[in-house]
Design a protein around this ligand. Structure first.
Ligand code: PLP
Ligand code: FES
Length: 390
């Protein structure tokens, strides 16, 4: 049975998996201890749960548990990584390389650092959404301390050549940070194979709770050092003070464990459904996929409907289908998506684009319904006749 509204905005956030909620519940009530309380069993129990979650998170990305720092989400992890490196490595240089299609949490952090004397190179991307490795390598100079390039883009789902970027960074003795918020739990991510030194992630994009995330900080070859951005009780090896959000961390751990087990099957299922949706909508004519169709996350497609205002389309669908025209954080602004603009789209085409992102609960009937509703509405908005074949 089709239940409305249909949710196709999983890149903004995902529902908490019921198995995650179940794992979290005892830590709100019975096992409520402070993980930093060393003097009694309540604290020990909380610490044990946090340690276990740390293992689960580390396992999913090929790290060791000592390399995981819990944060309040990816925004905080992005801030800690970039500002932490900038401050710690000030003696080496002030130059950071990033891309024009990063999430605001990275771009605005870089803008902030510019005011403090950082030099930032914002690399352009190709119409497919990838950074050019030659341009990246030639942007490196003796003062470069960090390359900050996302693993997969939140709006178009394209996956950057992360392994090659990490290789170039290492060759030049520069640290490599990747915001892997959209990639972790969706596709295999491995910090060693991918030559990653720092990695940000968040629970709410992988069927965990909102308000919990993590930063991976490499310990060996090279050992990465950071300046803390939150001072206080010295939690998380002094890198992130503040009483640990034990239920959230337990939820993040459980969510990672589930993804590890189910990710490959789920990716196959979702990419089939996504392709079905995409093919049908491309069939409407004057519809294009934004960004590469290769090297893309399995659950997302960003489509440009020529001569259709995506806001009008979204409003017409709003009651029954939840989609978005870009990222949640910028959905309140009338400006066209800077990600789509960076691909070379005009303002008009950027304003004609919609992102559909599928998830764990997405069913075939929902995709069929979406195809039907979007097709009908696009025809209507274009002033075309609709034909129904029965
Ligand atoms: C690529 C990327 N980075 C960072 C974030 C921010 O994550 P959080 O909501 O955990 O702060 C998001 C969320 O939309 C994202 O997609
Ligand atoms: S929640 Fe995704 S852009 Fe902010």
């Amino acid at each position: 049975m089709l239940e409305l509204p249909v949710y196709l905005d999983h890149n903004s956030t995902t529902p908490c998996d019921h198995r995650v909620v179940e794992a979290m519940l005892p830590f709100f009530t019975r096992d409520f201890g402070n993980a930093a309380s060393h003097s009694h069993a309540f604290g020990w129990k909380a610490k044990e749960a946090v340690d276990y979650a740390r293992e689960q998170v580390a396992n999913l990305i090929g790290a060791s548990s000592g390399e995981i720092i819990f944060t309040s989400g990816a925004t905080e992890a992005d801030n800690l990584a970039i500002k932490g490196v900038f401050e710690m490595y000030a003696g080496k240089g002030n130059h950071i390389i990033t891309s024009g299609i990063e999430h605001k949490a990275v771009l605005d952090t870089c803008r902030h650092l510019e005011k403090l004397g950082a030099e930032i190179t914002y690399l352009p991307v190709s119409p497919e959404g990838f950074v050019d490795l030659n341009k990246l390598e030639s942007a490196i100079k003796p003062t470069t301390i960090l390359i900050a390039i996302m693993y997969a883009n939140n709006e178009i789902g394209t996956i950057m050549p992360v392994r090659e970027i990490g290789f170039i960074a290492r060759k030049h003795g520069v640290l490599f940070f990747t915001d892997a918020t959209q990639a972790v739990g969706k596709i295999p991510v491995h910090v060693d194979n991918d030559n990653i030194d720092l990695l940000a992630m968040t629970a709410h994009k992988l069927y965990g709770p909102k308000g919990t995330g993590a930063l991976y900080v490499r310990r060996k070859g090279p050992r990465v050092r950071l300046t803390a951005q939150m001072d206080g009780g010295g939690h998380e090896k002094g890198l992130r003070s503040g009483t640990l959000n034990v239920p959230g961390i337990v939820g993040l751990g459980k969510a990672c464990q589930i993804c590890q087990l189910e990710m490959s099957r789920e990716a196959e299922r979702l990419s089939k459904l996504r392709d079905q949706l995409e093919q049908a909508l491309l069939g409407l004519g004057q519809v294009f996929v934004n960004g590469s169709k290769q090297n893309r996350l399995p659950q997302v497609t960003n489509l440009c409907f020529k001569d259709v205002d995506s806001n009008g389309l979204m409003m017409a669908l709003q009651k029954n289908i939840a989609v978005s025209s870009g990222s949640a954080c910028t959905s309140a602004t009338p400006e066209p998506s800077y990600v789509l603009k960076a691909l070379g789209l005009s303002d008009e085409l950027a304003h004609s684009s919609l992102r559909f992102s599928l998830g764990r609960k997405t069913m075939e009937e929902e995709i069929d319904y979406t195809i039907e509703q979007v097709s009908k509405t696009v025809h209507k908005l274009r002033g075309e006749l609709t034909w129904s074949i029965t």
